[in-house]
Write a protein that binds this ligand. Structure first.
Ligand SMILES: Cc1cc2nc3c(=O)[nH]c(=O)nc-3n(C[C@H](O)[C@H](O)[C@H](O)COP(=O)(O)OP(=O)(O)OC[C@H]3O[C@@H](n4cnc5c(N)ncnc54)[C@H](O)[C@@H]3O)c2cc1C
Length: 400
């Protein structure tokens, strides 16, 4: 028989991805009575998570780092070394660092998520002072997307391109086989610390995203350009999600959206994990004080920051490969604070405004600035006719 008992909690966290699990864990550390809900609460998260090391909050031990890249490289027209350590997180160690022993964990799917009540598919009703919705992102549809196809390659095979402790954060070298009239994408390649390196061709900002088969084709072309040939048996991962989920509305007595569902998906990088770890204590403190957690998480400075990043997302989504290279060349000449204001900081709106203006004003040739700000070619790649996947192509080719 279903457990239909009514329980009282200070907070009920629905969805135990990295954001929900971190929030539920920190709420138990703060002494709150915590309920946590997920159909598979102990599942290891499917994606591979990375971030800048300085983004990790003090309470998270650095033992969760599986792979450390002291100075990742961005390739535009030349290699730019970024003196800011970056890391890949270990999924099992991360899960262990966020224990939920002091929470009541429900292995179930929420069918109703209200301000103070959550109902599970089996009829269980959980009552809590605050309900947090961290069920992840909505479906993509036609929205501006992060699309990536990652291939896990043995470290020794990957060595000609990425050695131990090295990493390619954005590789814009013209090696992916895409022509100048096709939407741009770059390569992201980092060692994962388990004897493999992920090679992930990534597209940011296109409406509806870039198809997986196109991204895979481009990844393989890049590897081939460096003499790396794969067996075809290598495991892969796919990313395809929206980048434009805005911060939620304020107001006491509402569900608190959190993590990628709560505006923490960075519109220009597609990252949310480090931000949702860093903000967990802000949300918990607000709940403890009986205040609106959304107001605490999203002061006007953070909303303005989000608004400016959305301008960046729109810019990204309309550039050509050449323009992207020029724009990133300009961006990575900014000061460390400026770079951080765009890539990481939740609310450094002044530095972000400055770096956006400087990035545009240093992009060369001059006319490309009109594309960046959207005065020209605003919808350049909308409805771009990507070539079909090989199997689809074969199916539609005339039979001989
Ligand atoms: C392949 C890939 C790679 C990525 N790499 C990075 C990266 O390196 N760095 C980074 O910061 N971000 C990365 N991201 C983006 C993003 O940060 C992740 O998607 C991250 O998992 C978002 O965390 P979340 O906790 O907000 O949501 P999710 O991880 O999506 O978690 C949502 C949880 O809610 C649960 N749930 C859903 N519906 C219900 C329901 N009805 N009832 C109860 N529970 C429910 C799900 O089971 C899941 O556990 C990546 C994304 C992908 C797809």
């Amino acid at each position: 028989m279903a457990d239909s008992a009514v329980r009282e909690f200070d907070i009920c966290v629905v969805g135990l991805g990295p954001s929900g699990r971190a929030l539920a864990h920190r709420a138990t550390v703060a002494g709150l009575r915590v309920a946590a809900v997920d159909p598979r609460p102990d599942r290891l998260w499917p994606p591979t998570f990375s971030c800048w090391i300085d983004e990790l909050p003090d309470w998270l031990p650095h033992s969760v780092i599986a792979s450390r890249i002291p100075a990742p490289v961005v390739w535009t027209t030349a290699a730019i070394r970024i003196d800011r350590p970056y890391c890949v997180l270990s999924k099992p160690l991360l899960r262990d660092a966020l224990p939920l022993d002091d929470a009541r964990v429900y292995a179930g799917r929420a069918t109703r998520v209200d301000a103070h009540e959550v109902e599970l598919a089996d009829g269980t009703v959980i009552r809590a002072g605050v309900v947090v919705d961290s069920r992840g992102m909505p479906t993509l549809g036609d929205r501006r997307a992060a699309s990536a196809h990652g291939i896990f390659v043995a470290a020794e095979t990957a060595a000609p391109m990425v050695g131990a402790g090295e990493g390619l954060l954005l590789d814009w070298r013209p090696e992916n086989g895409a022509g100048p009239d096709e939407p741009p994408s770059f390569l992201y390649a980092v060692p994962l610390g388990d004897g493999t390196v992920i090679f992930e061709e990534t597209s940011l900002g296109l409406r509806g995203g870039m198809p997986q088969h196109e991204l895979r084709r481009r990844t393989l072309a890049r590897l081939a350009a460096h003499g790396i040939v794969l067996t075809g048996e290598e495991p892969s991962e796919a990313a395809h999600y929206p980048l434009d989920s805005p911060p939620p509305a304020k107001g006491v007595g509402r569900v608190v959206p959190y993590g990628s569902r709560g505006g923490m998906m960075h519109p220009c990088t597609g990252y949310s994990v480090a931000d949702s770890f860093a903000l967990a204590d802000t949300a918990v403190a607000a709940v403890q004080r009986g205040e609106d957690a959304v107001a605490a998480l999203w002061p006007w400075q953070a909303r303005l920051t989000y608004w400016m990043r959305m301008r960046g997302l729109w810019g990204l989504g309309r550039l050509t490969t050449e323009q992207s290279i020029a724009m990133f060349d300009s961006f990575f000449s900014a000061s460390p604070r400026g770079q951080r204001a765009l890539l990481s900081a939740h609310d450094d709106y002044a530095a972000l405004g400055a770096v956006l203006v400087n990035t545009v004003s240093r992009t060369w040739p001059f006319r490309w600035r009109f594309d960046l700000v959207g005065w020209r070619n605003r919808d350049r790649w909308v409805d771009f006719p990507f070539a079909p996947a090989d199997s689809e192509r074969r199916a539609t080719e005339p039979q001989r």
